[in-house]
Design a protein around this ligand. Structure first.
Ligand code: NI
Length: 168
């Protein structure tokens, strides 16, 4: 188990575009494990490799809903549907919360850690998380997509509720 340092909001690396993973090797697998440990340590629902300083197109997502942790390598969003306005935070922006518009449904195609092609369709929080994390891979952070004037410095109720659900 290894917790990596999370790059914070003023770090220029967060604005950079991540590169495709060409080969899934032991280093990639170790990175994915560390990303999961780091996400869990800080109670996040998702983390992109760039947030631990690695410009590779890798994302992990855990909604703490008893479903397996989602690991996406080279994810591509192939379909979106509808829209939801939601509260959002980011481990790179501690204590900042904004409102954003995200698709209500997202379909993503990617490779898993064994190089197998996977396709996931998610709604609600999963659609939000996929879209937030794929933005990170393109150098886009939540302050780039927030609805202007919606920043808050304490955790909105909807996110607190989400955490309560997780602990059940
Ligand atoms: Ni984030």
């Amino acid at each position: 188990m290894a917790i990596r340092n999370i790059r914070m909001e003023t770090d220029e690396i967060l604005k950079k575009k991540s590169k495709e993973v060409e080969e899934i090797d032991e280093k990639t697998k170790e990175l994915i494990k560390d990303m999961i440990d780091t996400m869990h340590k800080y109670d996040g629902v998702g983390l992109a490799a760039v947030q631990v300083g690695i410009l590779k197109r890798i994302v992990v997502i855990d909604l703490y809903d008893e479903k397996p942790i989602i690991k996406l390598i080279n994810p591509v969003i192939t379909k979106t549907k509808g829209e939801q306005e939601v509260d959002e935070g980011c481990l790179s922006f501690p204590n900042k919360y904004v409102k954003v518009k995200r698709p209500a449904e997202v379909t993503v195609e990617a490779l898993d850690e064994n190089g197998k092609e996977i396709k996931i369709t998610g709604t609600g929080l999963l659609a939000q998380a996929i879209s937030h994390e794929v933005d990170h891979l393109n150098g886009i952070v939540l302050t780039d997509v927030m609805i202007p004037g919606t920043m808050e410095y304490s955790q909105p109720e909807s996110i607190q509720e989400r955490k309560k659900d997780k602990k059940k």
